[in-house]
Design a protein around this ligand. Structure first.
Ligand code: SAM
Length: 328
């Protein structure tokens, strides 16, 4: 049975950031030179992460998603996947990746027990991709997607962060892909997180506007129940489409009442809400010889302090940490 927080929300989902490092430099997320990295010794070892996941599973976490930074930038990820897959109670194990390193790891990841991947893709155009990510790697992403599909890391969801003036002209192209392929595209509203915060504010395209653009150019969107791993997205489908379209908007669509998640940063801080600075330091406890029972106790106590809702809309204030640092 999932553990319930003080607001009756069943907490069954843990996002685990395995690294703060990334091999892309998306302009809305990081400066060109990247951000200050944690020392290797500050990052939790896989055994430490696994202990937290085991404790989490014992209090009702059933879904684990690996993220970062770029999770595939950390060595030994496949072995870590194998460790998690062996934990009783974890029945949905997924990863969010930029896809650039996926081709070489997909088969081993699937064999190790990974169920599916979400691929972050903000454009379908190679030149635009290089401009947004500051790296010319779109071909690698396509190879990664093909490899993931071939080994059954499906359903693959494509996450597009929509930024006005950067890629909003491609919303309709992405939506159109769902007519011809079984793509699950999710349009994500830009959040005011990241060191390059100048993109927020004017850069935010509200979900209502994304929807209106798709409907006026392609046709009506019908609400549907989404693909496996239903999260904060609201799903729709174009008439006759093979794939689906989801919208995720932290600002325009308060999904806090149904928030079921916890986040663990690569350096061992438990975040109860992506958009709140409240954190619980697990690393110190882990490194002073914590038992499974101690970690379980810390998690249950922390869940009780999960904020009822985020307050981003009231304070559209710049955050000076990137998604990679807080575990996107
Ligand atoms: N490297 C992996 C990837 O690219 O999927 C995982 C980590 S990355 C931080 C996770 C997602 O966060 C990516 O889709 C990225 O585009 C998104 N992201 C980064 N900064 C964001 C922001 N300010 N608002 C919304 N999404 C953001």
């Amino acid at each position: 049975m999932p553990f319930q927080d003080d607001f009756g929300r069943a907490i069954n989902y843990l996002r685990v950031s395995v690294t703060d490092r990334c091999n892309l430099r998306c302009v809305y997320c990081m400066p060109p030179q990247g951000v200050k990295k944690h020392a290797h010794t500050d990052i939790l070892r896989y055994e430490e992460l696994a202990l937290v996941i085991r404790a989490a599973a014992e209090i009702g976490i059933t879904k684990v998603r690996l993220t970062g930074g770029e999770p595939l930038a950390r060595l030994g990820l496949t072995e870590f996947v194998q460790m998690i897959a062996a934990i009783p109670g974890i029945d949905d194990l997924s990863m969010t990746t930029n896809g650039t390193l996926l081709a070489r790891h997909a088969k081993a990841l699937a064999e190790a027990g990974l169920h599916r991947v979400n691929v972050s893709l903000d454009t379908l155009d190679p030149e635009r991709f290089a401009a947004i990510t500051r790296r010319d790697r779109l071909d690698d992403v396509w190879a990664g997607i093909a490899a993931a599909r071939a080994v059954g890391l499906t359903p693959i969801k494509f996450n597009m962060v929509v930024v006005r003036g950067l890629n909003d002209d491609q919303i309709v192209d992405f939506a159109g892909k769902t007519l011809v392929d079984d793509w699950h595209v999710r349009f994500i509203e830009l959040m005011p997180i990241g060191t390059n915060i100048r993109w927020a504010g004017d850069g935010i395209v509200p979900i209502t506007e994304m929807r209106a653009r798709i409907e006026s150019e392609i046709g009506p969107l019908q609400p549907i129940h989404g693909p496996k791993g239903n999260g904060p997205a609201r799903y729709h489908q174009l008439v006759g489409a093979k794939g689906t379209i989801g919208f995720i908007g932290a600002l325009s669509d308060h999904f806090c009442p149904s928030c079921n998640r916890l986040r663990l940063t690569a350096d061992g801080r438990l975040r109860l809400c992506l958009l709140s600075e409240r954190e619980v330091d697990l690393r110190t406890t882990l490194r002073s010889g914590a038992t499974l029972e101690t970690v379980k106790g810390l998690l249950t106590q922390a869940i009780q302090s999960k904020p009822r809702r985020h307050h981003l809309d009231e304070a559209l204030a710049p955050r000076d940490r990137t998604m990679a640092q807080i575990g996107g």
